[in-house]
Design a protein around this ligand. Structure first.
Ligand SMILES: Cc1cc2nc3c(=O)[nH]c(=O)nc-3n(C[C@H](O)[C@H](O)[C@H](O)COP(=O)(O)O)c2cc1C
Length: 204
């Protein structure tokens, strides 16, 4: 019998099946490109901030899920590489409401806001989510990445991380007077270090 042009051999059919399966398994990009005005970025190439200054300028940290989430201002943090992964570290004091969300969530986001939005960083850094929904009070719109990680559509940059390591500082390992002095009078309690692998990043 004559073969039609679409009667591929067994080998070709198998390859096509494998290709279709591979395409189905390609992970969905966390935030669809262009969604909410964001464009996907590669932090290793497109993050142009000074890493020594960026956290000092204050950023926003958010964690939670579609039912409940919270965010707070952070001024401490680090960016770099760990265990071969692009990593971002944040430090959350024991009594922050956000810590409860950080401990329950696999992912977190760090967001940048325009300087013009300093109201957001001030409010998020001085009020607690325990006393009310801070995002709602500020009129921020909460959206979620494909992993269900909260972010605000008003941010100018969103970096999503998957926590690889979390541990509170242990005073017995303090090596200088700097942390000793800090915690000698710090009612919010010792900070927990959360080291996240950067799994997605977007900017406007
Ligand atoms: C500029 C600035 C930077 C801050 N940086 C941190 C930080 O790195 N870690 C931390 O635990 N708290 C930090 N805070 C304090 C928290 O943002 C603040 O206590 C906040 O109200 C906690 O909110 P929450 O209880 O809803 O989590 C900072 C506050 C400000 C204003």
């Amino acid at each position: 019998m004559k073969k039609g042009i679409f009667d591929f051999g067994k080998g070709v059919r198998r390859t096509m099946k494998a290709l279709a399966l591979a395409l189905m398994l390609v992970p969905c990009s966390a935030l669809a490109q262009e969604e909410n005005g964001f464009k996907k970025m590669n932090v290793r190439e497109d993050f142009t901030e000074n890493g020594f200054q960026w956290f000092r300028d204050a950023q926003l940290l958010a964690a939670g899920n579609k039912e409940k989430s919270n965010a707070m201002t952070i001024g401490w943090g680090g960016i770099g590489t760990l265990w071969g992964r692009t990593a971002l570290t944040v430090y959350v004091a024991e009594r922050r409401y956000t810590k409860e969300f950080m401990d329950q969530s696999e992912y977190f986001t760090v967001m940048a806001f325009d300087v013009a939005d300093s109201k957001v960083l001030n409010y998020m850094g001085t009020k607690s989510g325990r006393d009310g929904d801070k995002a709602a009070a500020l009129g921020l719109h909460t959206a979620f990445t494909a992993n269900g990680t909260p972010y605000y559509t008003e941010a100018t940059m969103v970096i999503e991380c998957r926590t690889m390591y979390a541990a509170p500082f242990d005073p017995k390992f303090f090596k200088s007077e700097v942390p000793q002095r800090m915690y000698s009078n710090f009612p919010a309690g010792v900070h927990t270090m959360y080291i996240g692998e950067v799994v997605g990043a977007w900017k406007k």
